[in-house]
Design a protein around this ligand. Structure first.
Ligand SMILES: [Zn+2]
Length: 464
């Protein structure tokens, strides 16, 4: 074992089951993992090698499963303040019901909402988070900065997708005019966010993506120029795509083509693009995604909550489409948890045409980890447990009442009750221990979210 620099330190985890989610799906019934500073140094079967120096912590993982940290690929944190509303609506009616309230958000509200959203995910094993924020009412403060601050406070790796809307009601769009920006204003602010925040280095804690909201809230010009901006700056592109039958109809009426053809015509297919939902996809659409390596963020709970339909995940995987999992905004997925999406992705897809062959428990885990890292452009760094990769890992407790009698630990994690997190590491640093956040006070976050949610409701009622 090579000697390390004097300031490095090692953490050893052993006696746990390990699902590495590497290319061969290597697993160990009882193995070890050695973290050196912020990287995975080694892992394998049995106990850790003897003679390791600078070991600052040795963790007995008996009764646990160690996996890569979960990666969330789609979310809208501000919605944490408007959960449980329009509970029986489809997407378009739900949007129309909520836009007037969303148009009243401010920096303080978004910070509280981001802390709530992030707390829920980090507590459930997310080590790489993302947010797609697209509502920037005039004079509302630094909303993107507020969520970036919240992610840093919780210690999680983060992709902030700077969204935008410039197609208000008067231009045939869905959002009210006062909730949209000008095309030029949106592009300028997005470029400024990239220049200010985007860190492209290995192990970066913060990426920015260019993320106009959706075909029905964004002009063709903003789509085109957004794609050009992203490619000029070398950042990724994200938007909503093919979420509902209504959106498909809207695209045909307005553009004379379906969503995927529209995306292609505006420069929005490519290996640097990932799209939320991808529910209403034809065979040709899926083939185009596969050919161009355009990624998908599968959000099964949100799709079910809004009655949007079942994304054709098995067909996408078959076609070579990179697929990650997404919570989506919590106004359409109130639980706000990603680890339960492992289960929901499997169950929802088995209700589709592929039935029991739709997805395996290991494919579900892969989508929630490596697949997510792929669509966020970080598969070289995180998403699997391999020497040299970042130490983003979760130790799931499987010896409690919920899981102790399930023979296969991966099946226990995916099909069983939401497993408690004994330890979660981001960049080699623990962020959760015994189910509690280490970098924030959950009760304080809950109070802040409640207060800001009430303030938003009050302001929206006065304005309405
Ligand atoms: Zn969404």
């Amino acid at each position: 074992m090579a000697e390390t620099a004097p300031d490095s330190s090692r953490v050893v985890i052993e006696n746990c089951a390990i699902a590495t989610v590497d290319a061969e799906d290597t697993e160990y019934a009882s193995g070890h993992l050695v973290i050196n500073d912020n990287r995975i140094e080694s892992l394998g079967a049995g106990p850790a090698p003897e003679g390791l120096t600078h070991v600052t912590r040795r963790i007995d993982g008996t009764g646990h499963l160690l996996t890569p940290g979960l990666v969330n690929t789609h979310h809208h944190y501000y919605q944490w303040l408007t959960r449980g509303l329009a509970t029986d609506s489809n997407l378009f009616n739900w949007l129309v019901a909520l836009y007037p309230t969303w148009a009243r958000i401010d920096e303080e509200m978004v910070h509280a909402a981001a802390r709530g959203s992030l707390a829920m995910m980090v507590r459930g094993g997310v080590t790489t988070a993302m947010d797609h924020h697209y509502v920037f009412p005039r004079g509302s403060g630094d909303l993107l900065g507020a969520e970036i601050r919240a992610a840093a406070e919780l210690g999680v790796r983060f992709t902030a997708a700077r969204g935008s809307m410039d197609r208000g009601e008067s231009d045939g769009g869905l959002p009210p005019d006062f909730a949209v920006e000008t095309t030029e204003g949106a592009l300028k602010a997005t470029e400024a966010a990239i220049d200010t925040y985007h860190d492209a280095s290995f192990g970066s804690m913060l990426h920015i993506a260019v993320a106009p909201c959706s075909p029905f809230s964004v002009s063709t010009e903003l789509m085109r120029q957004g794609a050009e901006l992203a490619r000029r700056k070398g950042v990724r592109l994200h938007t909503h795509g093919s979420e509902t039958a209504e959106e498909e109809k809207f695209c045909h009426e307005l553009f004379g083509m379906g969503p995927t053809d529209y995306f292609e015509s505006t420069g929005w297919l490519g290996e640097d693009v990932w799209m939320a939902h991808c529910v209403h996809m034809t065979d040709a659409d899926i083939a185009a995604f596969g050919r161009t390596k355009t990624g998908a963020a599968h959000c099964p709970s949100s799709n079910a909550r809004l009655g949007a339909g079942i994304a054709r995940v098995p067909d996408m995987l078959e076609a070579g489409v990179p697929v990650g999992l997404g919570v989506d905004g919590t106004a359409s997925n109130e639980s706000g948890e990603l680890h339960t999406e492992l289960r929901n992705a499997l169950l929802v897809n088995r209700l589709g045409p592929h039935k029991e062959n739709a997805l395996t428990v290991r494919q579900s885990l892969r989508m929630g980890t490596y697949g997510g890292a792929q669509v966020l452009g970080r598969a070289q760094e995180t998403g699997s447990l391999e020497p040299g990769k970042l130490a983003d890992a979760v130790l799931w407790k499987l010896d409690g009442i919920g899981h102790s009698s399930i023979a296969d630990p991966v099946a226990a994690l995916v099909l069983g009750a939401a497993a408690p997190v004994t330890l979660s590491f981001v960049n080699g640093k623990p962020v959760v221990e015994n189910g509690r956040l280490l970098n924030a006070d959950e009760d304080e976050i809950a109070r802040g979210a409640r207060d800001e949610s009430r303030r938003l409701a009050r302001i929206a009622a006065q304005a309405g």
